[in-house]
Design a protein. Structure first.
Ligand SMILES: [Zn+2]
Length: 236
């Protein structure tokens, strides 16, 4: 009875006549669907927003994943509609998280929070790339960045999404050669994790670096991220 659960709201949808249903990722209890009774009415006592962390009071049971919210308290907000570019990028991260529900671990919550709370205009692609590289590892589809995927040669010139990693000049096939700097950053981000963030925080990542990881993720996970398409249309 009356359990306190800290969770980040990922999406909000209508539910029955007057209620809303919140899809959340919690700090230590997986993804939870939470019903906010009466929240659809303007006069409703409870107001919720995506990209906000709340402490929810629910009656938690191990085998359930849908609960009614008894009470809630806003802990922190990462929602800011004044910066549309940032908000759209946050939506891409949220969609990635929602689609990774089956692989929940407490680290996923920790990493998405670290990412959202640290994002600024200087590091937005570094942090979002780091989150994506974390997901690649979680899915077990992280690229081979130790050498050419075909022969192991450490002198690499490109990346194959299909073969899953670096390529040397001999095995380039139909791929285009890439800049050394981009290959270095691809290796760096796939070797890094959130604990090593202080060591790489000054490396400049751009949209192309993020896109490269995103294309790799989509090809190898077979998951389509709709918000990424929108992001590219708006900001590329
Ligand atoms: Zn090779």
């Amino acid at each position: 009875m009356n359990d306190r659960v800290k969770a980040l709201v990922l999406s909000i949808n209508d539910y029955r006549e007057n209620d809303l249903i919140l899809q959340t990722i919690s700090e230590d209890k997986s993804f939870l669907s939470l019903i906010a009774k009466g929240a659809k009415k303007l006069s409703g006592k409870q107001h919720f927003s995506c990209l906000c962390v709340y402490e929810f009071i629910i009656d938690y049971k191990d085998n359930k994943n849908i609960y009614t919210i008894h009470n809630s308290k806003l802990i922190s907000s990462f929602y800011d509609d004044k910066d549309l570019k940032m908000l759209s990028l946050k939506n891409v991260l949220i969609e990635l998280t929602l689609k990774s529900k089956e692989l929940y671990e407490t680290e996923m919550y920790r990493n998405i929070i670290t990412c959202l709370s640290g994002l600024d205009n200087g590091n937005m692609y570094l942090l979002s790339s780091l989150y994506l590289s974390y997901l690649l590892k979680l899915y077990g589809i992280n690229p081979n960045v130790d050498g050419c995927v075909v022969c192991g040669n450490s002198k690499v010139v490109s990346i194959s999404k299909r073969l899953g990693g670096f390529l040397c000049a001999d095995h380039l096939g139909e791929e285009e050669p890439m800049e050394v700097e981009r290959l270095k950053k691809f290796r760096l981000i796939n070797k890094a994790d959130f604990d090593k963030l202080p060591l790489i925080k000054d490396v400049e990542f751009d949209l192309q670096d993020f896109d490269l990881l995103m294309e790799f993720f989509k090809e190898n996970s077979d998951i389509n991220i709709r918000s990424q398409k929108l992001y590219k249309e708006l900001f590329d």
